[in-house]
Design a protein around this ligand. Structure first.
Ligand code: OGA
Ligand code: MN
Length: 303
């Protein structure tokens, strides 16, 4: 075994040393990484030198990759490979985005707690974010442990959530920021989707809360009650004891498990510093309700 593991927390985040991701990973090493990824939701690989293809090749070991929804935005061409989500503050020509640019208003949604692609019918399993350049101050990424958050919920709340379904849409999270300027392609391709609110994590069999700022409704619940519930759960799950804050160094690659975490980017002076971070995203296999064996009610009002 060639690499070493430095836990940052006992159950949530760890750093991996002496592993060069630009080279093919031997099967036994990859198996060891997968086992670690069942236990730790966030794995940090410092000091990597990856071109786009090497980044994608490593990501592909975890499963099929998503195509970025950036392709649906018709205001500007995409800057990177279509399987890389451009999470930077740069416009397509590589300069810092404009204060009122659509791209900026859209991307500021990443500062809300979320899990990637929960607005897709089959959501993301894992994300691999790689830092080409970072801001000297701010611009961290915070991760919340949704398995630990679930474990810590009162039994009564667990009963209330068990088997429940929430409706996620990118339009819901963007609406929270006052953004509604979606293209026809986005509206047609990103309709609201149902997701289980509680999931069983395949690798650990631990249960996990599954929510995000993308949630707009909860099946069988009036909107004001659903909004209050989501606020309460988000506040619970993002308490300090459940959160690891990643302070980036250039060339860090961070792998996280979207099935059992939420994350958000923290503030930085995005009109001053270039922060070029790029994400490969691994798709899950089936919708979360199907995995949980929950029959999705035909409509929000039903149940
Ligand atoms: C992401 C994301 C936050 C950040 O890459 O999915 O939400 O800190 N990033 O850039
Ligand atoms: Mn994200």
């Amino acid at each position: 075994m060639t690499f070493c593991v430095y836990p940052v927390t006992p159950e949530f985040a760890a750093e991996i040393g002496d592993l060069d991701l630009s080279k093919p990973i031997a099967d036994d090493d990859f198996q060891r990484l997968s086992d670690l990824f069942d236990r730790y939701s966030v794995l940090v690989f410092p000091d990597q030198r990856l071109d786009q293809d090497q980044h994608l090749d490593f990501a592909r070991r975890f499963g099929p990759l998503e195509t970025t929804i950036g392709k649906l935005r018709k205001d500007a061409p995409i800057r990177l490979h279509e399987q890389i989500a451009d999470v930077s503050n740069l416009s397509h020509n590589g300069g810092i985005w404009g204060e009122t640019s659509r791209l900026r208003l859209y991307q500021l949604g990443n500062r809300l707690w979320h899990t990637d692609s929960s607005f897709k019918r089959v959501p993301a399993r894992a994300s691999l974010l790689y830092a080409h350049s970072i801001a000297p101050v701010g611009g961290h990424t915070e991760f919340a442990d949704m398995r630990a958050a679930w474990d810590a919920l009162p039994e009564e709340m667990k009963r209330r959530l068990d088997g429940r379904v929430a409706e996620h849409a990118i339009m819901y999270s963007r609406a929270k920021l006052g953004f509604s300027n979606f293209s026809k392609e986005e509206i047609e391709n990103l309709p609201p989707v149902p997701q289980a609110m509680v999931r069983t994590h395949a690798g650990s069999k631990r249960r996990s809360l599954y929510i995000a700022s993308h949630v707009g409704k909860v099946y069988g619940m009036p909107d004001d009650e659903a909004t209050a519930l989501l606020e309460e759960l988000t506040a619970h799950a993002t308490q300090r004891q459940f959160v690891y804050t990643h302070r980036w160094r250039v060339n860090d690659l961070v792998l996280w498990d979207n099935r059992c975490t939420m994350h958000r980017g923290t503030e930085f002076d995005d009109l001053r510093w270039k922060r070029d971070v790029r994400r490969a995203t691994v798709s899950d296999e089936i919708p979360s309700c199907e995995r949980e064996g929950i029959a999705v009610p035909a409509s929000i009002a039903a149940e």
